[in-house]
Design a protein around this ligand. Structure first.
Ligand code: SF4
Length: 423
């Protein structure tokens, strides 16, 4: 399994105690915010919502699409192949830098409103272990985080994992998560996901080998763009489907949709608790998607795809890290079928968090209890602890004021969101 840190999880980090101690008025507001976000979550029957007019971007288009574009602009189709090569192989950032193409064609592309779709890197933070966290500055000046995690293995092979964001911020507000604390702005477009991987390649000057959709945001709330980005990363950037992991905290009516695409990628579901009561405290959106319903959908996902679901479990000291919790978790997983694996993620403290990281001994005891109950388990290695590592932390440093402060402003924001599910 991927040895990425808790820090790199989209199911990142936020104080549980804060959630437990939140005044009733705030709790009510948080719940209504979550309910609103979940209510607008895509379902198979949700019609596609019309997007705002957006600039046309080349990044994310397939070779066929680019050939068609060339034909539409009165060029021969090989110009489309050239575009493909320039965007994905040469990784050229601006149309005017496509010097292999005639100036007239470049001008025509620009006049027709096309651009490549690459954003500048706004900030880079490097940890002692080589993990690099980037902030990309998007067209609307919003900042999005992405993380590159290099792992040099025995036998000389070297992995480079990109942990990508799917939204600017996140509406789900998991209690331990820095991103949830920072509020929610909008869904990312598919090219804004793809370009994160390209930025990591640029910074490390080598190929990304693995991609995890575990950065800012809940991928299932932006499934259409996530699936489009997944296609592009697989076909155009040439990252194997099995080298990719899509992570979710659980959004009703989306796992079935994802299963229908029969991806070879791993589905990682963030549980963080072995029962509904505790889960609701850690993951408020669990109120709208009870644990039993989530587990049932995971079982269906496994039956449909034959792909093992991986469960993420952030260990929060004194909250969900007891041996009893481990035994209960094993029981839950056995109840819902075979093919399960648990990734334990010792909590990575974030600024202002009241949660604590468990002692190594507690982590080992938890893992041993799972193993003795016949659950395969891995403990995620913590990376980049000194690099503003928890998901959403770096962005929060530069964008202090929450993007959405209350349910009312979320309400005004949501109608403009493209929450469409891939059909
Ligand atoms: S608040 Fe959003 S980004 Fe953070 S853990 Fe929850 S689902 Fe993931």
């Amino acid at each position: 399994m991927l040895a990425v840190s808790m820090a790199l999880l989209h199911h990142c980090s936020t104080p549980l105690a804060r959630a437990l101690c939140t005044p009733a008025r705030d709790r009510a507001r948080a719940c209504s915010t979550v309910a609103m976000a979940m209510a607008t979550a895509p379902s198979p029957s949700t019609p596609l919502r019309k997007s705002q007019p957006q600039q046309q971007v080349l990044l994310g288009m397939s070779e066929n699409d680019l050939q068609q574009l060339a034909l539409d602009l009165g060029q021969q189709s090989f110009r489309g192949k050239q575009l493909y090569h320039l965007i994905y192989k040469r990784k050229v950032r601006e149309i005017q830098e496509f010097i292999q193409l005639p100036q007239a064609f470049r001008k025509e592309l620009e006049e027709a409103g096309w651009k490549v779709g690459r954003s500048p890197i706004f900030q880079t933070v490097t940890a002692a272990d080589g993990t690099v966290k980037l902030l990309l500055k998007l067209e609307d000046n919003r900042l999005v985080e992405t993380v590159g995690i290099p792992v040099d293995e025995d036998k000389g092979s070297a992995r480079l994992t990109a942990c990508v964001s799917s939204q600017v911020g996140c509406p789900l507000r998991c209690s331990f998560c820095a991103t949830g604390k920072g509020g929610f702005a909008r869904n990312l477009r598919s090219h804004e996901i793809v370009e994160q991987v390209m930025a990591i390649e640029e910074v490390f000057n080598r190929r990304v080998t693995n991609v995890v959709f575990m950065g800012m945001g809940e991928p299932m709330l932006n499934l259409k763009a996530v699936l489009e980005a997944h296609r592009c990363l697989n076909k155009d950037i040439q990252i194997g489907q099995r080298m990719m992991t899509i992570s979710t905290v659980g959004v009703p009516n989306t796992l079935k949709k994802l299963a229908s695409h029969k991806l070879q990628s791993t589905l990682a579901v963030s549980l963080h608790a072995p029962n509904q009561k505790l889960r609701e405290k850690i993951v408020p959106s669990a109120k709208s998607y009870p644990l039993n319903a989530l587990m049932k959908d995971c079982r269906e996902y496994y039956r449909e795809t034959n792909r093992r679901v991986s469960f993420e479990y952030a260990l929060l000291a004194g909250i969900n890290d007891s041996v009893d919790n481990a035994v209960e978790l094993a029981k839950l997983l056995h109840e819902w079928g075979p093919g399960y694996h648990v990734n334990l993620i010792p909590f990575n403290p974030i600024e202002g968090s009241e949660y604590r990281r468990p002692y190594k001994k507690a982590v080992q005891a938890f893992a041993a209890a799972l193993e003795s109950n016949k659950i395969t388990v891995s403990v995620r290695q913590t990376r980049g602890l000194d690099a503003n590592a928890a998901c959403g932390q770096l962005r929060n440093n530069f964008q202090k004021s929450p993007l959405v402060t209350d349910a009312k402003s979320l309400e005004t924001e949501l109608p403009n969101m493209d929450l469409a599910v891939a059909s």
